[in-house]
Ligand binder design. Sequence first.
Ligand code: AMP
Length: 208
Amino acid sequence: MKIVFLGPPGAGKGTQAAQIAAKLNVPHISTGDMLRASIAAKRSVGLNAKSYMDAGKLVPDEVIMGIVRERLQEEDAKKGFLFDGFPRNLYQAQQLSGFEKLDAVVDIDVPDASIIRRLSGRRCCPACGAVCHVDTLEGATDCPQCGEALITREDDNPEVVRQRLSVYHEQTRPLIDYYTGLGLLRTVSGDQDIAKVQEDILQELHSV
Ligand code: AMP
């Protein structure tokens, strides 16, 4: 299966993509995670991308297309993939169409008001990648999965969140029309609990 997850930042793409990719036995490919790993490893790709990410802007297309093409060369991607956070604009989508034939694009739809609430309370584990929310942590500051101290992503501060949302509306949302035109779009409400969103996504993918 070759799948793309679309949706605003904080829609739950990462959480859903990790679980669904495991169920479908395809790699979960998150360009955001790859860039953050690259920053942590002090590789030049990451260090060059960091200023864009911290400002809530898109990293230049040639950088993204480079890491995506390289990732798709790996053995595990031969059986399919689940992209999370890629493509992010029409150019990337058209490039992807040029070398891969997708089976489905799932749009996880969440209103802006929920996004701002979600991202401002989001806490991430730098060790195991778990993503939590202050509302469910009951004051805990360590990862419920591995015990590491949770962090707030630099780009989850309110000003950058607003910028990321506006980039989403201007550049990523047009992909809904693009993939609708290709007959690939499936829309799921992301404004429900995690298990229900997952159930709805799996149901959509079942009919692919
Ligand atoms: P994410 O974790 O998907 O929210 O991505 C975090 C940040 O990484 C974004 O705000 C962008 O700065 C950058 N990024 C991730 N994926 C892409 C992409 N496909 N195109 C451009 N920038 C990206």
